[in-house]
Design a protein around this ligand. Structure first.
Ligand code: NCD
Length: 335
């Protein structure tokens, strides 16, 4: 695809060479993300960050990524503090905000809403999660993490064995990640969920069409014992009719160090898009895993900045200028 000036709405837009391009630019972002150097390629540019659903990582990492490239961020969070609560349409909001920004990131509770918004926007729009539909930038950072973690273990994405666990019905991160894996070869995917929260049929269908082997199971042990990557997710309680309904599924699949040791291969990587639900009744990834070097969840969150910086640089066409605009940093930085 041609990244310049494009919206990023769905994983469907990408082919394998696009992914390689994003990852190659993401690799070059590391010195800036680690504050070893700075680059000001987006000086003067404005990101409109519009988050109509709770978000910590996605919103802050989009903002930090833009700031690290020298740009500024204006944002609105929640419906209550935006004019949408006064009945303004997505169309009008898009027309207005795109006049104030060079690029927009948006999260919204309704599937398809970000695509609708993008049609009225005069600047590129990046989907930060639209309902239970998609979360393309999360899938990109997840795959980037998988690639980096597996390189250290002498493996690649083709031939990957991955277990996806939890709420596969409403989890937009596993929807987008599955679609992304459709671009690779010979992937073995263990889909572990309560049967009521199974991966949507159309996604399973696509994975089978891509030639991947799927194992659909309600057994955590069966799902994790052969996997190189264990990808745990939270029950998406905000998509259920009631808390009581979500309670039926919360805590169904828990992993702690004892379960990991008993069932996983020695170097299995543990991932989670975060937030992990650490309340006692859920506790999908126990705190006793924090000392396990294979717990990649915080490296995964850090990678979000690199991948989002890469997307901004490609879409706004400054990827060729990063090193040219590079400067030393003058403040104290962690080693
Ligand atoms: C995810 C999301 O919002 O879909 N979080 C994130 O962006 N890292 C996962 C979740 O909320 O469970």
């Amino acid at each position: 695809m041609d990244f310049v000036g494009s919206h990023i709405l769905s994983i469907d837009q990408f082919d394998r060479s696009d992914i390689e391009k994003i990852f190659a630019v993401a690799d070059r972002m590391e010195p800036y993300a680690l504050r070893r150097k700075k680059t000001r390629v987006l000086e003067g540019a404005i990101l409109g960050n519009m988050f109509f659903e709770p978000s910590t990582r996605t919103r802050l990492s989009f903002g930090a990524a833009f700031n690290l490239l020298g740009g500024q961020v204006r944002e609105t969070t929640g419906f209550a503090s935006s004019a949408l609560v006064k009945g303004e349409s997505l169309f009008d909001t898009a027309r207005v905000i795109s006049g104030y920004s060079d690029i927009i990131c948006m999260r919204h509770p309704e599937s398809g809403s970000v695509a609708e918004f993008s049609q009225a926007s005069r600047v590129p729009v990046i989907n930060g999660g639209d309902g239970s539909n998609e979360h393309p930038t999360q899938a990109l950072l997840d795959l980037y993490t998988i690639k980096r973690e597996l390189v250290d273990r002498g493996a690649g994405i083709d031939g990957l064995k991955i277990a996806m666990i939890g709420d596969l019905k409403y989890g937009r991160t596993v929807h987008s990640l599955s679609q992304l894996l459709g671009l690779y070869k010979d992937v073995e995917i263990y889909l572990v969920s309560p049967k009521e929260l199974r991966m949507p049929d159309y996604i399973e269908e696509r994975l089978r069409k891509a030639g991947h082997r799927l194992v659909v199971t309600e057994s955590l042990e069966e799902g994790i014992n052969n996997a190189q990557i264990v990808y745990s997710t939270r029950i998406q309680e905000e998509r259920f009719k009631s808390t009581e309904e979500a309670d039926l599924y919360r805590g169904r699949f828990r992993i702690n160090q004892a379960i990991y040791t008993a069932n996983c291969q020695p170097n299995t990587v543990i991932m989670h898009p975060l937030p992990r639900d650490s309340r006692a009744e859920a506790n999908e990834l126990d705190g006793d895993l924090d000392a396990n070097p294979n717990l990649a969840i915080f490296r995964q969150a850090d990678n979000g900045v690199l991948v989002r910086m890469a997307l901004f640089a490609l879409i706004l066409k400054v990827d060729h200028l990063l090193e040219k605009y590079e400067r030393e940093v003058s403040w104290f930085t962690r080693k």
